[in-house]
Design a protein around this ligand. Structure first.
Ligand code: SF4
Length: 247
């Protein structure tokens, strides 16, 4: 294992999905096809990053940032480009309205961090950190899925626990609130995390890192059907079926 080994939320997620997928993506550098949803999500993240870096924040400037961040690459056809562009516009209209009504100060946007979890380096990017007038902080993660997750799924997700830990260890403050902001529905779903849940998430990060360092990359073939490497992986049950079908 390389000396500069670092863990992140996406790496942990990939390993927990299937250890062999982690190996293919992060060690063998096998290209993972980028979906249209991911392309669209990146455009929206970039738009909001650009917007919040401006001195003056108004409606027209938000849409200038959108046009500046927009790329046609990654979409399948002009109709799809048009539909996603319109969807993004609606999303940002709603976002802007809520932003103007909010009483928080946007402190950080797309804040990259590097910290340690146990003896392992941990890196990530927090989409947004806000400060309330009473001094409380909120960590916000943007998602551009069509449908918002239910609170149970938001609570189970490890990402906000990692970011709460990182916030405390790097900036010295723990967030009072943690939310996933589902931009398609302009809806924030709040996570309620106890200290022991955050500590459990940290233990998952440590045990995953230990497994990676020990090179435990057993394939989990129960996931092949929904894996985006199902036609590239030698253990994939879908690939085997596909070969049989061709013969
Ligand atoms: S195709 Fe199956 S075994 Fe291969 S990486 Fe994906 S989930 Fe793992």
């Amino acid at each position: 294992m390389r000396q500069d080994f670092k863990i992140s939320y996406s790496r942990i997620n990939s390993y927990l999905f299937c250890p062999y997928k982690y190996k293919l993506v992060y060690l063998d550098n096998i290209y993972v096809p980028v979906s249209v949803e991911i392309t669209f999500g990146r455009i929206i993240h970039k738009t909001l990053e650009q917007f919040h870096s401006l001195k003056e924040l108004n409606h027209d400037l938000l849409f200038e940032c959108y046009d500046d961040s927009w790329r046609n690459d990654g979409f399948d056809n002009p109709q799809q480009i048009f539909e996603y562009y319109q969807r993004g516009k609606q999303m940002l209209e709603n976002y802007y309205r809520s932003f103007k009504e909010s009483n928080t100060e946007v402190l950080y946007v797309e804040k990259a961090f590097d910290t340690n979890i146990g003896k392992y380096k941990f890196m990530g990017i927090i989409d947004r950190i806000d400060r309330y007038p009473d001094g409380a902080y909120e960590i916000i993660d943007y998602k551009t899925h069509i449908r918002a997750w239910d609170p149970e799924k938001v609570n189970k997700d490890l990402q906000l626990s990692f970011y709460a830990y990182a916030c405390k260890s790097i900036f010295g403050f723990g967030p009072k609130k943690m939310s996933v902001y589902f931009l398609s529905e302009n809806k924030k779903v709040y996570a309620v995390k106890s200290l022991s849940e955050i500590s459990n998430a940290i233990n998952v990060a440590i045990s995953t890192s230990e497994n990676i360092v020990a090179e435990n990359f057993d394939p989990d073939i129960s996931k092949c059907q929904v894996c985006d490497l199902k036609f590239k992986c030698r253990f994939s049950v879908c690939r085997v079926k596909n070969l049989h079908r061709r013969n």
